[in-house]
Design a protein around this ligand. Structure first.
Ligand SMILES: [Zn+2]
Length: 157
């Protein structure tokens, strides 16, 4: 199974007041599936190393503040073990299909760097360049932090 520790992660999220399992709509999971497949070369190493155990969709309106405002989240619930959440608005392409990819790449970078510092930006740009080379798409490499005000990590990012 691709996410062997999914249920453990869901329990932790519930304990934190986050309800990923509120997404009953199959279309949200299908959209997440498509995005994960698209970004698989970049996600797979984190999964294989055991650092990333779960990616979930969430409805922003059903989350407690401040999570309700965010397009994506990356949370560490144990040392070096992370879960990533993507809002259903992001997955639905509310801000464009490129934005959904960039949010996922952004959250992957938060697995290494909490803050939006130079290390973070360098990794984001590196991932984005490799993504564009792999897929032929043209995601912007510039990491404009103001564009990510809606994306956060509750543990300092
Ligand atoms: Zn961020």
């Amino acid at each position: 199974m691709y996410w062997p520790r999914k249920f453990e992660a869901v329990d932790k999220l519930h304990a934190a007041g986050i309800t990923p399992a509120d997404c009953y709509f199959i279309k949200d999971h299908e959209r997440l599936d498509i995005l994960i497949r698209l970004c698989a070369p970049f996600i797979r190493p984190y999964v294989r190393s055991g650092e990333l155990i779960f990616i979930f969709p969430y409805h922003r309106a059903m989350q407690p503040a401040p999570l309700s405002g965010y397009a994506g989240v990356c949370m560490t619930h144990r040392e070096k073990i992370c879960v990533i959440g993507l809002s259903t608005d992001t997955l639905a392409g509310k801000w464009g299909s490129d934005y959904a990819v960039s949010v996922l790449l952004h959250e992957l970078c938060h697995m290494r760097f909490d803050d939006h510092d130079q290390n973070f930006i360098a990794q984001y740009n590196d991932l984005t360049i490799r993504f564009n080379q792999t897929t032929g798409r043209h995601i912007k490499t510039q990491c404009d932090i103001s564009a990510y005000r809606n994306s956060f990590t509750p543990y300092g990012g």
